[in-house]
Each structure stands twice: as structure tokens, then as C-alpha cells.
Design a protein around this ligand. Sequence first.
Ligand SMILES: Cc1cc2nc3c(=O)[nH]c(=O)nc-3n(C[C@H](O)[C@H](O)[C@H](O)COP(=O)(O)O)c2cc1C
Length: 389
Amino acid sequence: MSLFSPLRISGIEIPNRIAISPMSQYRATDGFANDWHFVHLGRFALGGAGLVFCEATAVEERGRRTPGDLGIWQDDHIAGLARIAQFLEAEGAVPGIQLAHAGRKASERRPWHGESPLNDGDVALRGEAPWTAIAPSAIPYADGWPAPRAMTLDDIAETVAAFGAAAVRSLAAGFKVIEVYAAHGFLIHEFCSPIANRRTDAYGGSFEGRVRFPIEVAEAIRQVWPERLPLIFRLSATDWLDGGWTVDETVELARRLKAVGVNVIDCSSGGIGGAQPTPRLPLGHGFQVPFSERVRREAAMPTMAVGMIWNPAEANAIVADGRADLVALAREALDDPNWPLHAHAALNDGHAFSMWKAEFGWWLERRDRIVRKLGLRQSRGTSGQRQDR
Ligand SMILES: Cc1cc2nc3c(=O)[nH]c(=O)nc-3n(C[C@H](O)[C@H](O)[C@H](O)COP(=O)(O)O)c2cc1C
């Protein structure tokens, strides 16, 4: 098993183990995908990734994190997304979409506008008005954030249905994989974590209560999303906080999600916020891989590892050693959209351009021969990625 072995999940074959992790661009208007999204994601298909995810895509208008989030809350959103899905698939990548609801982190400024709650000042600055966020409990995300409105049982039913309706639209748009965004302190994670969920009804309290919402979301999607198409959940495996969501709970939730038709767990962590300062995270190459390894072993299901993975040999070892079935890259892919092609070269000396599209690879291979003959330099394709990483 290697980074470049195909992976079959249900009825879909992913050509290699490299996924491009969802990366919000905050470039949409009223939720509509545009040329920015098309080019941004298209680069990763040309770059050789096996699975390319669209960014967090809001299932409800009020579930957007910022005014620039992608959306899939109405049928009119389908056409722009379909154009992207078609291109990704035509170029050999499996097109995936991440379905999202921001919960109490909705109504936020873009990262470069402050990553803080919108207020009336943003109307004057950018024409962006704040809106009321909903969440399991009326607890603000952090100091200085407005309290969200605690969801009624009707809100819960409506939101679960919105995930189902978004799955129908995802199918119509031609996506082959759905990932549900149940991590990073957004709505679904808020239900799971005791830090954000203080409900006293059937959707709070015990582990059973807190995971009721994610399980209902998975069931609603599975009712309309064909069995042959993979369904992935991205979980924050731990809140990294005392009194927060734990890895043990992640393993148990993974088992229960598997029982209702979820195929893969994407293992991230953190993001819930709250009053406590986050302790120093053990950041380093592949620092979240141990979560993937544990879920894979203890819930006996495929996993995806993510977070600070950039070294081809180490990425390959994660798969070869059975610590994850897929590795997902985000920032490294922004830096180098051709990362899979370069990783392939680095891991397969002598086959530097065999994975490239002929439109690029034919020229690069030819140049490489000339350059080597003249002894001018070792080409990037032959040397693979920067070896210091
Ligand atoms: C620009 C950017 C946007 C992101 N947007 C999302 C998102 O929409 N959904 C999500 O689950 N994670 C999002 N993330 C987190 C990444 O998917 C990934 O989990 C994280 O960046 C760690 O991986 P990396 O070290 O390879 O960047 C985003 C990260 C970046 C850099």
C-alpha cells in the first residue's frame, strides 16, 4: 500500500490517497460559486490529487461563516458547483463537497478582515450586515462575540432537513463524495462538545444526547445519498480542553456513524473556542495522525489524516503503515498545487513526469533530458520536492 495505490470506497475508486482538504476562499457572492472557485479547485485536479474537496458549503443561508461562503441552500447554486465537479472528474480527480453549517461561528468577518464577529460597522465598510447565529445553546463562541440563539426542536428538524436537501443538490451537481463538516467548532461539533452544548433536552447532556444531532444528519443524508457514493464525516477528535470533547468519544461516535452508513472519518481537532485559553498544541508534521490511527483501529473503519503533512516520504509512510487510508493537504497544496505530481517523482525516482498531463509533462520531460545532457541543473521534476521539508 502506498500514497499512489488506488482506494475503493463503496462504488467509487479514488486513484490515489491524496485529498485536497476543504479550503474556504470567502470569494462567493450570495453563496454562488464563480470562476475563482473553478480555477482554485481545477488546479488541484491538474496537479494529480485523487480527491478534491470544495470548501465548506453552507446548507442554510444563516449557516454561512462569512458573507463570502459558498452555499448550496437553493437549487440555483447547483449550476456553478456542477461546472467545477464536471471539470474535476474529467481531469481524473474524484469531486467532493463539504457540507457545512457554522452554528455560533456564523456572521463572522473574513480572516483578513479580522476573523471576528460582523457588526453594523461592516455595513458601512463593505455592505455586509451581521445576522443572528443559531447554536445548541446561547453561549457565545468567545469573549466579545454575541450570544447565538439557542435552537428550538423545530430549528433542529429544519437544519437536519437542510443537510438532506443539500445532499440532493450535491448529487444533482455531480459530486461523488460528501464530507460533513462536524469539526472546528461549527454547528455539528457544537452539539457534540459539552463546552458549547448545555441543553437539557434529548439533544444535550449525556454522550447519547450530544451525538443525536450528528447521527440524525448522517441518516438524513444517507436517505438521499446513494449507497455507492462515499459519505465522510470530518470530526475534531479532541477539543484540547478540560471538560471538552474527547478522543474516546470520537471513537464511539465513529462507530455509531459507521452503523448509519458513514464510510470514512476525517480526523482533525480543536476549534471549539470557549472561555478557557487553548493549551499549546503539539504542532508538528502529521500531529493529528495519532487520532486517525486510533479511530481506524478502534472503530475499524477507513480514516483520513490531516494537518501539517507535507513531506512525501512521511505522507507515504502514514498510508503504508496503516495509520490512515487517505492523507489530506490544505496549505501545502496552496503553496504547490502540483504537490502530488512532485511527491510521485520524489517517491519514484526515474519516473518524474509519468503522472503529469501530457500537455505539461511532455514538455517538461523533454526539457529535463536536454538540461541533464548539458549538465545545467537537476530539474525540479527529477529532484522531487524540496528535500528539506
Ligand atoms: C485557506 C484555508 C481555508 C480552510 N477552510 C476550511 C474549510 O472550509 N473546511 C474545513 O474543514 N477546513 C478548512 N480549513 C482547514 C484545512 O482543511 C486543514 O484541515 C488545515 O489547514 C490543516 O491542514 P494543513 O496543515 O495541510 O493546512 C482551511 C484551511 C485553510 C488554510
